[in-house]
Design a protein around this ligand. Structure first.
Ligand code: NAD
Length: 495
């Protein structure tokens, strides 16, 4: 494997070889071929990165940079991402199998995140708080936390890293990123672009490697001020326990099993496209996948027919080809996991209307056909557990109350879709669905301006918008007594 490119860590503005000297292979899931080898990070590498990040955090050249100047750096980074969009889109598409045309779309939007936080940087301030003592000036300030750890998954590495990086840098933190072991390349490139944009070396550091090694070492590092994590609920739960016992904050964006609900007063053609977008886009590898589809009895057959027909015509193939509609799963074990869930569904009594087979896409890769399951109910594992693949479970319902009960009968609470032309119903559903994001007559919409949060086991903390700033700052309350009067009684509290 020595002929493959070796990707090293990025620490303190430089490429740094792993202390162990070890690398691991990363595969193109469309072909099964090795793409590159990445540094296998361990505790020693995390220590080096944490030191570099801390030194930069304490460096007056970063610490005392004005908020406006920090905004300029974010804006420049957005520009550089735009200039390098095609290279980044191709690189990520090869790494995780996402369609190149979807990646081009993501890259067209990605600079907006940096521009949004660039604009916000010098509009963040505390308040002057009136207290009952007119001689006292009480003000609050929002301070950066220190070194923030960012741990991200493989399904959208650049976008999901950006959701953490842009606000963390906006308020003056420094960051150590541990990307998924399946997708190291683009996050390393992003860190290089940050230095090119003018961020001080050490503001953005990347240690590649496995979760149980580099990831765990980052979570356990005593110098860490906060962890911002996106990934599975199981890993998030372990991270929450580890950080809580040390009183460190964590933002956790976790799994989902989102309902996509079609009422009989909906535009069924659009709803069917929304169902297809919700579960077959990105081969179902999105946290917000609309994997549980509920169709009201009167439109159940029509919706099923439209979705199944479209699923059958989906073009599977090379994600770099513009005609392709469904690429591979991101790695072999993920494809096998999807296949085993469909087998579990069959054993539980589900009927496979279309799909249900693995394929190599004619390229030697890890593909799975778009799959529609019917004769399913809320007790089945395929309806309760996150599959993270192109597998829709479609169920009929009769009334609004019934579908609310079914939709909310889940451990997750990330997102939900509602398709209806009845405005009152849309508002009622939005209010009663237990999900952090509700889309009505659309699905998978996202913006840096719109805050989002997972309910239940889908997460803790807010990403995007102005709300996320609180996740990356701590509040200080300062009291200044301007009175020169003699202190009357030292045993009575001033207020
Ligand atoms: P994962 O939990 O297996 O891994 C995520 C990251 O955590 C990886 O970088 C991994 O190396 C690291 N990790 C694993 N074990 C660790 C440990 N013990 N300590 C520290 N780090 C560790 O998740 P995944 O399979 O990469 O991603 C898919 C999951 O991510 C799905 O559940 C999906 O729903 C979720 N996701 C959520 C969102 C969201 O915004 N809510 C977005 C995308 C993906």
């Amino acid at each position: 494997m020595s002929e493959h490119t070796k990707l090293e860590h990025f620490i303190g503005g430089e490429r740094v070889a792993p202390k162990s000297g070890e690398y691991f292979a990363s595969t193109n899931p469309a072909t099964g071929e090795t793409l590159y080898e990445a540094a296998r990070g361990n505790t020693a590498d995390i220590e080096t990165a944490m030191q570099a990040a801390r030194a930069t955090f304490d460096d007056p050249r970063w610490r005392d940079l004005t908020q406006t100047r920090r905004g300029h750096l974010l804006r420049k980074l957005g520009d550089l991402i735009g200039e390098n969009a095609e290279e980044l889109a191709r690189s990520e598409s090869r790494d995780n199998g996402k369609l190149l045309r979807e990646m081009r779309g993501q890259l067209a939007n990605l600079p907006e995140y940096y521009y949004y936080y660039a604009g916000l940087a010098d509009k963040i301030h505390g308040d002057v708080v009136p207290t009952s003592d007119r001689a006292v000036i009480n003000y609050t300030a929002r301070e950066p936390l220190g070194v923030v750890g960012a741990i991200t998954p493989w399904n959208s590495p650049l976008t999901l890293t950006t959701s953490k990086l842009a606000p963390a840098l906006c308020v003056g933190n420094t960051v150590v990123v541990k990307p998924s072991e399946y997708t190291s390349a683009t996050v390393l490139r992003l860190a290089e672009l940050a230095v090119e944009a003018g961020f001080p070396p050490g503001a953005v550091n990347v240690v590649t490697g496995f979760g149980a090694e580099a990831g765990q070492a980052l979570v356990d590092h005593p110098g860490l001020a906060k962890i911002s994590f996106t990934g599975s609920t199981a890993t998030g739960s372990r991270i929450a326990a580890a950080t809580a016992s040390r009183f460190i904050g964590s933002t956790l964006e976790l799994g989902g099993k989102s309902p996509n609900i079609v009422f009989d007063d909906a535009n069924v053609a659009n709803a069917a496209m929304g169902v297809v977008a919700g579960i077959f886009a990105a081969a179902g590898q999105t946290c917000i996948a609309g994997s549980r589809v509920f169709a009201q009895r009167a439109v159940y057959d029509e919706l099923l027919e439209r979705v199944t027909e479209r699923a059958r015509s989906i073009r599977i193939g090379d994600p770099l080809d513009d005609a392709t509609e469904l690429g591979p799963l991101a790695f072999e074990a993920q494809r096998d996991k999807v296949a085993s869930y469909v087998d579990i569904g069959r054993d539980e009594g589900a009927r496979v209307l279309t799909g249900g087979n693995s394929s190599d896409g004619g390229l030697g890769g890890y593909f799975y056909e778009p799959t529609v399951l019917v004769d399913v109910d809320n007790d089945m594992r395929v309806v309760r557990e996150e599959i993270f693949g192109p597998v829709a479970a479609i169920m009929p319902f009769d009334s609004e109350d019934e579908v609310l009960r079914l939709a909310n009968d889940t451990d997750y609470g990330l997102a939900a879709g509602v398709w209806t032309s009845n405005l009152s119903r849309a508002h009622r559903m939005a209010s009663r669905l237990e999900a952090g994001t509700v889309w009505v007559n659309t699905y998978r919409a996202m913006s840096p301006m719109s805050p989002r949060q997972g309910f239940k086991t889908s997460g803790v903390g807010i990403e995007h918008g102005t709300e996320t700033i609180k996740e990356y700052t701590r509040l200080k309350s300062v009291w200044i007594n301007t009175s020169e009067d003699a202190v009357a009684d030292p045993f009575v509290l001033r207020s």
